[in-house]
Write a protein that binds this ligand. Structure first.
Ligand code: SF4
Length: 425
């Protein structure tokens, strides 16, 4: 299954849907059967702008059978995390063939992210949220951006958290999630499968009632919540791609609360979380540890397997962690004020003297006039909350710096130009 080359496309305006209102829509379809919900979503709510994410798990055949009836060419995306049971991969092919689905695509994680954050393939064990992030959430994001809405196979009966799942949800990024099977019970799924003679997932008969990645899926005992076998023993219920669902209708997110990490020419989801007072070496995964805290607990931090970050503020000496720089996937340098230039020197030390090859990110008061200088000094990631600066980055209109009165690195000459701004593709 090859990744489709789809042209980037802005989500369509959901005028009709907005006019009706999600609540009214849910009211209208409360009593409607699953096929009618899907038909209406495809023909009237978001025509040509809906796709499906399927896990090709135990219950997937029902939703995919509905899709085949409504439109077998609807795009179906399968998150090929690299951690599936071989039986699931075989089941993908079986369902494609049996149902006549002609637009199924596998989405793979970015190999660089896997190499960087999960080199041994065991991140699921120590930090499943981060594992799901790099293997599911991140790869799915550029795909979801191409559609105005998604069809999911989630059902109310599956967990307590999904107990009030509606047919239609508005997600935090202003898209629509359609859940045609929301009201299906376990018995309905079985009955539907039998009635239409749908192939069963090869592991279902062995006691796997909800099937995801192999390391995070176990057999469910009689009477247990069907999803109890997912991330068993961990306080984790969803993989991250469904976090928008909060039991009610999510509020649209404002632009200011969208991604703030600018990297490789785009705002992207940030795998790092905030370091808090409660954080410890055991919970430091994907957090920027303040340098003094790292030094005070160095052995404990170095003993962990987590991907670590380091936070440097003015006054911290990067020389003090020289021997450990290779341990950090990302180093955040704080600019507490626009006028404070010490962060530039720190970045240059990292890039030029220590040849640090990881992420050097600027955080704090990051404004558009500083960005060309930051890039010259080695910053390759920026956390930007200042809205005009965000717009300038998105629209690729940052000031070029033509004259280098203080050249940096080995390639810059005192007077000259260099095209160091990346184009937004
Ligand atoms: S379900 Fe498990 S193996 Fe799969 S991405 Fe999430 S944590 Fe990793």
């Amino acid at each position: 299954m090859a990744m489709p080359k789809l042209a980037p496309q802005a989500p369509v305006a959901h005028d009709k849907l907005r006019a009706l209102g999600i609540l009214a829509l849910n009211g209208m379809f409360d009593e409607m059967d699953a096929l009618s919900v899907l038909r209406y979503a495809v023909s009237d709510v978001l025509p040509g702008d809906l796709a499906i994410v399927s896990s090709f798990g135990a219950d997937s055949s029902v939703l995919l059978h509905l899709v085949a009836q409504v439109d077998p060419s609807m795009p179906v995306y399968f998150l090929e995390t690299g951690k599936h049971f071989p039986e699931t991969l075989a089941y993908v092919e079986t369902l494609k063939k049996t149902l006549g689905l002609i637009n199924v695509h596998a989405i793979h994680p970015n190999p660089d992210d896997v190499k960087r954050f999960d080199p041994n393939g065991d991140l699921w064990e120590t930090d499943p949220d981060s594992c799901c992030h790099i293997r599911k959430t991140e790869p799915l994001e550029p795909i979801t951006e191409q559609y105005g809405g998604w069809v999911t196979g989630r059902k109310r009966y599956q967990t307590k958290e999904r107990g009030v799942l509606p047919h239609f949800e508005l997600t935090s990024d202003d898209r629509i999630k359609v859940n045609p099977l929301a009201y299906f019970s376990d018995a309905d799924v079985i009955e539907y499968r039998q009635k239409h003679n749908l192939p069963e997932h090869p592991l279902y008969a062995k006691g796997y009632k909800s099937i995801g990645c192999a390391p995070c899926t176990s057999v469910v005992a009689e009477g247990e919540d069907p999803r109890a076998g997912r991330w068993r023993g961990l306080n984790k219920k969803e993989c991250g791609i469904h976090f928008d669902f909060n039991g009610a209708i999510a509020s649209p997110m404002t632009a200011a609360t969208r991604h703030t990490l600018w990297k490789d020419g785009a705002f992207i989801a940030d795998p790092f979380h905030e370091w808090t007072e409660e954080s410890t070496p055991a919970t430091a995964s994907y957090k920027h540890v303040p340098l003094p805290v790292f030094l005070a607990n160095r052995d404990a931090f170095l003993a962990t397997q987590h991907p670590l970050g380091l936070l440097i503020v003015p006054g911290d000496r990067v020389e003090d962690v020289e021997a450990d720089l290779g341990r950090f996937a990302s180093i955040a340098i704080n600019f507490p004020a626009f006028s404070d230039g010490r962060g530039y020197s720190t970045a240059r030390l990292l890039a030029e003297r220590y040849k640090y090859a990881g992420e050097i990110r600027a955080v704090g008061d990051v404004l558009q006039d500083q960005i060309p200088h930051m890039r010259r000094c080695g910053f390759n990631a920026l956390v930007v909350t200042h809205e005009p600066t965000r717009q300038a980055l998105i629209e690729n209109r940052l000031p070029e710096v033509a004259l280098f009165y203080q050249p940096v690195g080995l390639t810059e000459v005192p007077v000259g130009t260099r095209p160091f701004l990346r184009r937004v593709s």
